[in-house]
Design a protein. Structure first.
Length: 318
């Protein structure tokens, strides 16, 4: 009688798992839930910026814009006026070889002094080195780039043109500014008190003076008339005006994809996702029983709803 061979061990097939998702945090595994929270809903709101969410199609040749730049105000020290003043009034000093090495506060090189300068190194990078100043070169000079040149501010001529524009547009006399002073006729009154006072004065006056009519004018409380007409000037409010059509179409397409995806899901998964947006713990997603059991059920239901939503989004947006 021979011994029978041992029966093979029973092997149960296990579902394939994503090691990256298993090692990652729960937030990384629930990417679809995070997208569900920020899904587009309602009408398209204008962006409060002049930037677009669609990358610009920049076809400019790099060689064409390589030399582009903007001018900057350059401060040179000492200035030309200071140099001429030192030359006119400063004491001249020479060395033993007869070279001029100082005029007033200005110092000059005799050919042996050095100053730090910049140049391109072997690897085409800018490096600093000690540059030998030639004979007669002025020492200690500086050049500093300041603010970019452009608008020089709001000048008096700009103010005059702006005020005249409003006067011509509204067909009024030339605007004038009257500096406000303190009242000398007693304490201030409200509008109702002023009307009552005027009616009382009219009732006590037998012969009313002739009414003098002035031509239409402008408010006199400000030097700049544009401040009285805010609707006629551009203010920095952050609004960009009309929305770009790329932003509108992109938002509409995203909203349609989300609507189709949510309609394709079963109601239980949608309810789980909605609970997850307001729940403080996993146990609140599937309450009941022990706290540990509720937490395990909530995590399992949330991952199932998240995976279902992720698959639907991939299928619809493909």
């Amino acid at each position: 009688m021979t011994a029978s061979a041992p029966a093979p061990a029973l092997r149960i097939p296990m579902p394939a798992t994503d090691n990256r998702a298993r090692r990652g945090s729960l937030a990384e595994q629930l990417a679809a839930l995070l997208a569900y929270r920020t899904r587009p809903e309602g009408p398209v709101e204008p962006l409060k910026s002049n930037w677009t969410t669609v990358p610009a199609n920049d076809n400019a040749d790099p060689s064409e814009v390589a030399d582009f730049g903007h001018e900057r105000r350059l401060r040179v020290t000492p200035s030309v006026q200071e140099i001429m003043r030192q030359v006119a009034t400063g004491e001249v000093e020479k060395n033993d070889e007869g070279q001029v090495i100082r005029i007033g506060c200005l110092r000059f090189s005799d050919g042996t002094q050095t100053e730090q300068a910049y140049r391109y190194g072997p690897d085409n990078k800018v490096i600093q080195f000690n540059c030998v100043m030639p004979e007669g070169a002025m020492l200690g000079g500086r050049e500093n780039g300041e603010a970019a040149l452009g608008g020089g501010g709001y000048t008096g001529s700009d103010l005059t043109r702006s005020n005249n524009f409003f006067a011509e547009t509204l067909r009024t006399s030339s605007p004038r500014y009257i500096k406000r002073t303190e009242r000398r006729n007693g304490p201030g009154m409200t509008a109702a008190e002023a009307r009552a006072d005027l009616e009382k004065a009219i009732a006590n006056t037998a012969n009313m003076p002739e009414v003098k009519r002035f031509p239409p004018g402008m408010p006199c409380g400000s030097r700049k008339m544009a401040d009285s007409f805010v609707g006629m000037q551009v203010a920095a409010t952050g609004s960009s005006g009309a929305i770009l059509w790329q932003d509108i179409s992109g938002a509409v397409v995203q909203r349609e994809i989300w609507e189709q995806s949510i309609n394709a899901m079963n109601r239980e998964n949608v309810a789980v996702l909605d609970k997850a947006l307001v729940a403080k713990t996993l146990a609140e997603i599937s309450p009941g029983g022990t706290k540990r059991g509720a937490r395990k059920r909530g995590k399992k239901a949330l991952q199932a709803a998240n995976d279902n939503l992720s698959e639907i989004l991939k299928r619809i947006s493909a």
